[in-house]
Design a protein. Structure first.
Length: 271
């Protein structure tokens, strides 16, 4: 009887130990590796990251739309690939995700600055735009020239290409501009914060701001912060064949009626 009880106790201990080990074992972190075009074609899936907004990528009544989404969808369809598009509001996380190989590319019009060229490759540009000042239509506080930003506080998205331009602007005017970087927010939220009076000034991309201006009638978008800049998609630096493939395809695609109709659909409707 004692032996049987001992065996029973040992069995319980063994089973309990196994269960504890199974449930306490940490799941290994998923590892990502940069892929070039052959690896993407072999998998049958191209993975892109973008921003959820009314210009690049959004969902309406169960259907997916967006300028960048529709262009990349056309590329994927022609190449026989499935497109996986992930929205990420953080500019910093988008860049990091591509560098780490979590995503193959950034499908979002991104200003091609020299600083970013050290981190990612850029496709041939397919759009032009400027960084502009977002402010309220308040005659007492309105800024009509970037020179008037001296001593002012402006808000930008963390690690935005606008940061380099503002730093250069400080050198040009010989005075300080106080910068508050916003994390996990997109341009729409910045416009809403200025409109509501939570902040006074913000800087963002002209093309995106114009998509939302009808919602915020009290905003002024007439002050340019930068000259025209080229906008491109970002590619992992270890994927030169993917870059060449997209560039060759874009060169032909932007000459088509399909692209012209798509461009007018997103960039002419608010002007």
């Amino acid at each position: 009887m004692a032996k049987r009880l001992l065996k029973y106790i040992i069995s319980i201990i063994v089973v309990s130990t196994v269960i504890i080990l199974l449930f306490s074992r940490k799941n290994p972190e998923e590892k990502f590796y940069p892929r070039d075009y052959p690896g993407i074609m072999e998998s049958g899936v191209i993975k892109a990251v973008t921003e959820y907004n009314a210009l690049s990528f959004y969902i309406f009544k169960g259907e997916t739309y967006g300028f960048d989404y529709e262009i990349l969808s056309a590329f994927a369809k022609e190449k026989g690939l499935k497109l996986e598009m992930t929205p990420e509001m953080s500019f910093e996380k988008r860049i990091k995700g591509v560098i780490e190989g979590r995503y193959d590319m950034i499908a979002l019009g991104t200003a091609t600055t020299s600083q970013l060229k050290d981190s990612i490759l850029f496709t041939n540009p397919f759009a032009i735009g400027k960084q502009i000042l977002i402010q309220r239509n308040d005659e007492d506080n309105r800024i009509d020239s970037p020179l008037e930003l001296a001593g002012k506080t402006i808000h930008i998205i963390k690690d935005s290409p606008a940061l380099m331009r503002i730093n250069n602007l400080m050198d040009e005017i010989g005075d300080s501009i106080y910068i508050e970087e916003i994390t996990d927010y997109g341009p729409e939220q910045l416009l809403a914060m200025v409109s509501a009076g939570d902040i006074d000034y913000a800087v963002c991309d002209e093309r995106t701001a114009n998509m939302y201006i009808r919602r915020f009638k009290n905003l002024n978008l007439n002050t340019n912060i930068s000259f025209n800049q080229f906008y491109s998609w970002g590619i992992n630096r270890n994927a030169p064949m993917l870059l060449d493939s997209i560039n060759c395809w874009l060169e032909k695609y932007i000459k088509t009626k399909e692209y012209k109709d798509l461009y007018n659909k997103y960039f002419k409707r608010n002007y």
